[in-house]
Design a protein around this ligand. Structure first.
Ligand code: SF4
Ligand code: SF4
Length: 370
């Protein structure tokens, strides 16, 4: 079990300071050259949840992506930056995501390329159960995968950092189909553990310089934590991040499943710090509300046919506020086809809704409340 984590203090996104921190992180784990022994084709997987500017603290900051990419390019690697956001994933939608999230500039700065191959491949994996994952082709073809998540609370999974970030290796609306096949927090989080092991990133970084708390992963408030975290084990990176944020790892189903499988230590006290240990924030991150873990864990043990009706009663449904601009992004992503847009305003059919909160994640104007 690899519980090693490196934490680098980083007060802001000044490119020089970020590069210094990134250099320290890789040096602590044996240097970039160690990773390139596997090959020179490097894929960087940031969190590009939706087309939003970096100040929104929803996506991985381009200064971090640029710093990691530049480090590998200087070492002779061919670097591709790739992610699939929550909505459609194709040649029409991705240029805007790259531009608004600052990835165009990061790629130019580092002399890396932005992924334009929108195909995918089926990969079989035996995890908690046998599964088939549809993964972005460049992820499958990379020699080295560097996973760069964002430190955020999450309405469905409690926390997103390194492990949940890998859901973006599943192309576009296929993510919605997975939500539909795996309704409920527990089943979804079990899948995330398997997906993370299937992708097997070589190195994971969490951008916690400015993270997000409250109604994450897209509707919360930006929160400065002033830290970049790195680990070879993504489960260890997440545990360290939750510890620093003052969140409770035992409330994260992903962490509970991973710890039960001995993929990571259960308690943050057993993290092996390769840097000075980073103290928890004086003011902890506010957890995302809207989902009762106890209800979910009870529901997950009941027979399949009564789970969904009970979930409708016990787990809060989303509702659309007056901020709605009628763009239809939520309806397009809804795996249960529970949203209709009429007269410039969306509405949710609570009887169809499976409480996956994709609509909340993807609304560009934060019009959905749980
Ligand atoms: S709720 Fe948000 S995503 Fe849905 S239609 Fe309204 S503005 Fe668009
Ligand atoms: S309405 Fe929202 S929470 Fe409900 S199933 Fe659709 S996307 Fe998921």
């Amino acid at each position: 079990m690899d519980n090693r984590v490196f934490a680098a203090a980083c007060a802001g996104y000044d490119q020089r300071r970020v590069e210094e921190a990134v250099g320290q992180m890789f040096a602590a784990f044996g240097g970039v050259e160690k990773f390139l022994q596997k090959g020179k084709k490097v894929l960087i997987k940031p969190n590009l949840l939706l087309a939003r500017e970096p100040d929104g603290a929803t996506t991985t900051h381009p200064a971090v992506v640029g710093a990691v990419a530049a480090l590998f390019v200087r070492a002779g690697a061919a670097v591709t930056i790739a992610d699939s956001p929550g909505g459609p994933y194709n040649a029409l939608t991705m240029p805007r995501v790259y531009r608004l999230c600052g990835m165009e500039k990061a790629a130019k700065y580092a002399k890396a390329r932005l992924n334009r191959d929108f195909s995918s491949q089926t990969v079989r994996f035996e995890g908690l159960q046998p599964r088939e994952f549809e993964l972005l082709t460049p992820v499958c073809r990379a020699d080295v995968v560097i996973n760069i998540g964002k430190m955020k609370t999450h309405m469905l999974t409690y926390f997103t950092g390194a492990v949940k970030n890998l859901f973006g290796t599943v192309p576009g609306l296929q993510k919605a189909a997975m939500h539909s096949r795996l309704p409920g927090q527990q089943a979804f989080c079990r899948m995330l553990v398997d997906l993370c092991r299937c992708v097997g990133p070589d190195f994971s970084i969490i951008d916690g310089v400015v993270g997000m708390d409250g109604r994450g992963p897209s509707g919360g408030r930006p929160r400065r934590a002033g830290v970049l975290l790195a680990a070879e084990n993504p489960f260890a990176a997440d545990l360290a991040a939750m510890y620093i944020c003052g969140l409770q790892p035992e409330r994260s189903p992903v962490h509970s499943f991973a710890a039960a499988q001995k993929l990571v230590c259960a308690e943050p006290e057993r993290i092996e710090w390769l840097s000075e240990p980073f103290r928890p924030l004086d003011e902890p991150f506010l957890p995302a509300s809207g989902r009762s873990r106890r209800s979910e864990s009870v529901i997950s043990r009941l027979p399949g046919r009564i789970r969904q009706p009970l979930r409708r009663v016990l787990v809060a449904a989303p509702h659309v506020t007056e901020r709605c601009a009628g763009c239809g992004a939520c309806a397009q992503a809804c795996p249960a086809h529970a949203i209709t847009v009429r007269g410039g305003r969306a509405s949710v059919d609570g009887r169809r809704c499976i409480r996956c909160y994709c609509c909340h994640e993807l609304c560009p104007v934060r019009a959905i409340r749980i």
